[in-house]
Write a protein that binds this ligand. Sequence first.
Ligand SMILES: *Cc1c(COP(=O)(O)O)cnc(C)c1O
Length: 374
Amino acid sequence: MIPFNKPYLTGKEAHYLYQAVYSGHISGNGNYTKKCHLFFEERWGFKKTLLTTSCTDALEMCALLLNVKNTDEVIVPSFTFVSSALAFERQGAKIIFADSRKDHPGIDETKIEALITPKTKAIVVVHYAGVAVDMDIIMEIAKKHNIYVIEDAAQAIDSYYKGRPLGSIGHFGTFSFHETKNIQCGEGGLLAINDDTFINRAEIIWEKGTNRAEFFRGEANKYGWKDTGSSFLPSELNASFLYAQLENINDIQNKRKEIWLAYYNNLKLLEDKGLIKLPFIPDYASNNGHMFYIILNDINQRSLFINYMGGHNIKCVFHYLSLHQSDYYLKKNELRHLEKSDYYSDCLVRLPLYYELNNLKIFEIIESFFKNFL
Ligand SMILES: *Cc1c(COP(=O)(O)O)cnc(C)c1O
């Protein structure tokens, strides 16, 4: 069986975990958390980073930092994971779903302005498959209408827009280290704060509404309840595991990009014949090898494909179901028509992609396409 995903291990995770366990500091914001923060800030130039227990948590922190409330609207692509919308919805905001582009699943930037009202507080953009959306245009729209931009960069570690790291361009960037992502620690996330004015408050919200971080740096002589917040910080166990992965990031990224290219080059012929569509990467975007997907003709063909591949012991999966069509959203909102989001919902399928996938296995996967299915 070729699984869809297999979490990668560098071999050092258990060693660093052991060190964290016996260091005497196992709760959050210890040595390994600081090492991770420093790594992110030095490598990608984020102004301030805070490890979180998930990308969902990092998005929730954004909602709290922006004081999102029930009179606000937040624009979110419909073709994304639930959390991109949920974090704002649970603060009471009305979610206004946006459609995807024709040529890739990212938000269609030409359709954003029509969704803006005086109530619009923020736009969440998702760099789907680690491929950048057109950030210059989005930041310009946001500036013009005085709204905030959150980059859901859950899939976009070490990927770039015109050379700038994703997650560093909007007011906030959020990352995921869930075991299905390029760099993982089981469950984990990161908030990147790119606007100085939020840094102080972010630290407080991160640690249960207290100024504990400031206190431990010796910048305050006591600490107490200062603001809203929650327990957003992960323990040193997660941070130590994550650090082992970060140390190997170049190797991980190179390997994933190599696998991605092997798929692309081998399947190009099928695209040229008009049988399938392959991922499109705009020239302003880079590829971080997070995901390889193909687009088939319709939902029936896709079901047949997934069954066919499964029959050959190759696990392929689809996602996402358009959020604007979800039961939860439709309980409170009227049905809208977002054509491209539904198109990707019906036709997109993801192929196995993980570090250990070698050329032989990729060949096996590709062969089962050529031989019979299409
Ligand atoms: C994985 C993912 C998330 C959620 O990440 P968690 O760390 O599991 O909370 C959010 N948004 C997108 C686009 C994702 O791919």
